[in-house]
Write a protein that binds this ligand. Structure first.
Ligand code: MEV
Length: 304
């Protein structure tokens, strides 16, 4: 049996802008999806969502990975069990994490010799197949770990301040939100094109701040990024409630992370005020997760 894990991620800057080729800074966080896999006579996939065979309704990503890997190497049967720290479909990259961890588990179990770049590319191909559209960001960061500038694929210094995630527990569809931004951009190109390009510039300015560990300045720019995402129509009252609650309790900065519309926000904090910021998020009606950045991308945890 092999156990592989892969992390979720937050956006420091750049969601939505990255869809138009602008830069984003993403950070892998210490919330992981683990995939336990062993060879067997048939395919069995087990998670909190249920126990199935290949099933594109219940386990679309894992099913797609198995079918795709069967084009590389014969796989008669495999038993896969998934457990995860990541809330599903809330902008923390849960689908990328399960995809990448499953690819690495099958890679090891069946000796496919895929390198990390191959895993990231295959992960992106699977996400595109299942979702219809996806940028390579989530699968790349989940594979490589750390803080990454996209699309440049440049590793930055690890973020060492506190990270508190607030989950609104409201569902949002990435596909719909990306389409809404595209519509707004089509209606008001003179306004929305520069808005997205300003977000991209924040990533470029932010790169030096990350490498200098200037978390106060990063926080200031994250607040501006939140305002621009709100202006682009991907905010929600619940997200803003959690963002303002975190800022009022002393967060260095707070913004939407991911597609928005619902899902999660993220706050950077001094580690000492993590608990206060988390409590403020809970009081404002959200779930709070205290976490930290991680250099560990997809990892083989054990092999027996
Ligand atoms: C979603 O997590 C991030 C978006 O930029 C879409 C994408 O990059 O695929 C909104």
């Amino acid at each position: 049996m092999v156990t592989c894990s892969a992390p979720g991620k937050i956006y420091i800057f750049g969601e939505h802008a990255v869809v138009y080729g602008e830069s984003a800074i993403c950070c892998a966080v210490d919330l992981r999806t683990r995939v336990h896999a062993y060879t067997s006579e048939s395919v069995v996939i087990e998670s909190v969502l249920g126990k199935t065979v290949i099933d594109f309704d219940t386990h679309p990503y894992v099913s797609a990975v198995i079918e795709r890997m069967r084009e590389i190497i014969p796989i008669k049967g495999v038993n896969i069990k998934i457990d995860s720290d990541l809330p599903v479909g809330s902008g923390l990259g849960s689908s990328a994490a399960v995809t990448v961890a499953t690819i690495q588990a099958l890679n090891h179990l069946f000796g496919c010799k895929l390198a990390l770049e191959d895993i990231a590319n295959l992960g992106h191909e699977i996400e595109r197949k299942v979702q219809g559209a996806a940028s390579p960001t989530d699968t790349y960061v989940s594979t490589m770990g750390g803080v990454v500038m996209i699309p440049e694929r440049r590793k930055l210094k690890l973020i060492e301040c506190g990270i508190v995630i607030g989950d609104t527990r409201t569902f949002s569809s990435t596909r719909e939100l990306v389409a809404n931004v595209a519509k707004l951009r089509g209606s008001y190109p003179e306004i929305i094109v520069p808005l997205l390009s300003t977000i991209g510039k924040m990533s470029h300015i932010g790169e030096e701040m990350v490498n200098k560990k200037d978390y106060a300045s990063i926080g200031n720019l994250m607040n501006v990024n939140h305002g621009l995402l709100d202006a682009a129509g991907v905010g929600s009252p619940e997200l803003s409630l959690l963002v303002y609650a975190a800022r009022l309790k002393g967060a260095l900065g707070a913004k939407i992370t991911g597609a928005g519309g619902g899902g999660c926000m993220v706050a950077l904090t001094d580690v000492a005020s993590n608990r206060d910021v988390a409590d403020a998020i809970i009081e404002a009606g959200g779930d709070a997760i205290i976490t930290k950045a991680t250099e560990h991308g997809v990892t083989v945890e054990s092999e027996i």
